[in-house]
Design a protein around this ligand. Structure first.
Ligand SMILES: Nc1ncnc2c1ncn2[C@@H]1O[C@H](COP(=O)(O)OP(=O)(O)OP(=O)(O)O)[C@@H](O)[C@H]1O
Ligand SMILES: [Mg+2]
Length: 456
């Protein structure tokens, strides 16, 4: 699209001169007085305004000030006679791009000044769009300062800018969705669409129509034509999650799309071209799936251009606590609470846990604690409530087995359980519980509060 220039001058010769000079490279609009200029300025988003200082009923500089009040980043050039140069110099100090003196002698210089002004406007607009893009996309919050994560993020930074297919492999909950989004944000396609679909979550026919799109009447229920993700992702990034779950039929269709960058909507023979960058993720080993015969080898080679392995949480030294603190912050804000900090015992318990569900499990654990606790420190026992869910092997999920606990942690486990039973036995009456246990009432109250058995 050509840049738009507004030339405001009552002198027809000047208007025509600039129009002739610029009409190949810009869309030039002309106004012979302030009224016409105001009307045009209100209707068109100009990239540059060239304004005569002396207009029949207006002062050009005043008019520019008026325009700049409405669009502070407006790039403008003032055209003056020799007599007005001092005004023009002052105007440049106010942020005007430049001034030109009439009569124009050096037409090349004139063209060069206009060219520079348009360049500046382009830069302003690029920065603005970059800012709003970053704010709108909100580059995801990725916590990870462990050596394993630093390495991963370095690798992501490198591949994000290339246009190559990326395969993300990692256990469930390691952050594959998050990293896929980050690749998009860091890619040169970040202002273009980002579409994601979980290949494991949809029946084959639905996934097919979602990806390929369809024409009206292509199947029962196809009331109107619908573009698919291959079309919608044009220019941007397409994230196919759980790619290993894709059916053999769709695997071969996808392979064809990747080979010729073209496809047809369901119910149509018209070939359409598309240009998207593919990001895939799997929590299984795709190579293993190929060996077992569940995944096409040729498609595997197409997808496996750059493979990135997301480390399980247990391999991210130091990140467990960083993530726990990050989620604590997040859920405190979300639930309007002030839980924390973690006691040393809690930190040990968090670090001792195997986190088979990786970051997602840790996130849910902290969410649960903050949701249930009225506030105050978070101790080991809060992380491992007696109603805890159990992992596949039947071990408590969120802390090491009792015999592996440090003495302090074991004491905490005992204390909580003891106090809970004590309070039950005393019918919820703290004075009675104090009498039964021999613990001074105030002391007992503080302990009860610490474990969240009493709220104020
Ligand atoms: N490094 C990280 N920093 C902050 N949050 C993270 C990080 N990694 C993961 N998360 C959060 O943990 C949760 C799980 O992450 P995500 O959904 O990306 O995992 P996944 O690998 O795609 O899991 P699955 O294989 O089950 O689909 C999300 O809420 C995500 O925001
Ligand atoms: Mg996922």
């Amino acid at each position: 699209m050509l840049p738009k220039i507004l030339v405001v001058d009552d002198d027809r010769y000047t208007r025509t001169l600039i129009e002739q000079m610029m009409r190949k490279t810009a869309e030039v609009h002309l106004a012979e007085d302030g009224a016409a200029a105001r009307k045009l300025f209100a209707a068109v988003d100009f990239n540059l305004v060239l304004m005569d200082q002396r207009l029949p009923r207006d002062n050009g500089l005043e008019l520019l000030r008026e325009f700049r009040a409405r669009r502070p980043k407006l790039v403008a050039i003032l055209i003056t006679g020799f007599a007005d140069v001092r005004d023009a110099v002052a105007a440049v100090r106010e942020g005007l791009f430049d001034y030109l003196t009439k009569p124009f002698e050096d037409l090349e210089a004139l063209e060069a000044v206009i060219g520079k002004a348009l360049e500046l406007d382009r830069a302003y607009r690029e920065i603005d769009s970059l800012r709003s893009r970053l704010a709108a996309e909100g580059a995801p919050d990725v916590v990870g300062q462990s050596p394993a994560m630093e390495r991963l993020l370095d690798q992501i930074r490198q591949v994000a800018g290339l246009d190559t297919t990326v395969l993300l492999e990692g256990e469930s909950g390691t952050g594959k969705d998050l990293i896929a989004k980050l690749i998009h944000t860091w890619s040169t396609r970040s202002s273009k669409p980002y579409l994601e679909v979980n290949c494991g979550g949809l029946p084959e026919s639905l996934l097919e129509s979602l990806l390929f799109g369809y024409e009206k009447g292509a199947f029962t229920g196809a009331g109107q034509a619908n573009p698919g993700y291959f079309e919608k992702a044009h220019g941007g990034n397409l994230f196919l999650d759980e790619i290993a779950d894709m059916s053999p039929k769709l695997q071969s269709s996808l392979l064809r799309v990747l080979q010729d960058h073209s496809f047809a909507r369901i119910g149509s023979t018209q070939t359409r071209t598309t240009d998207f960058r593919l990001i895939c993720a799997t929590n299984r080993s795709l190579a293993g799936e190929v060996k077992a015969g569940g995944f096409r080898e040729d498609l595997y080679y197409r997808i496996n251009v750059v493979a990135v392995r997301l480390p399980p949480l247990r391999e991210r030294e130091g990140d467990i606590i960083r993530l726990a603190a990050h989620f604590l912050d997040h859920y405190n804000t979300k639930f309007g609470k002030e839980c924390g900090p973690f006691t040393p015992a809690a930190v040990r318990a968090l670090e001792a846990c195997r986190w088979q569900g990786n970051v997602r499990e840790l996130q849910h654990c902290i969410e649960r604690v903050v949701a249930l606790q009225p506030g105050g420190v978070i101790d080991a026992i809060h992380l491992n409530p007696t109603t805890d869910h159990r992992s596949e092997e039947g071990q408590p999920d969120s802390a090491a087995p009792a015999q592996a606990l440090a003495y302090q942690d074991a004491r905490a486990v005992f204390e909580r359980e003891y106090l809970r039973r004590l309070l039950d036995g005393a019918g919820g009456n703290i004075s009675e519980a104090a009498r039964l246990s021999g613990i001074p009432r105030q002391n007992l109250y503080v302990r009860m509060k610490r474990w969240g058995f009493v709220t104020d």
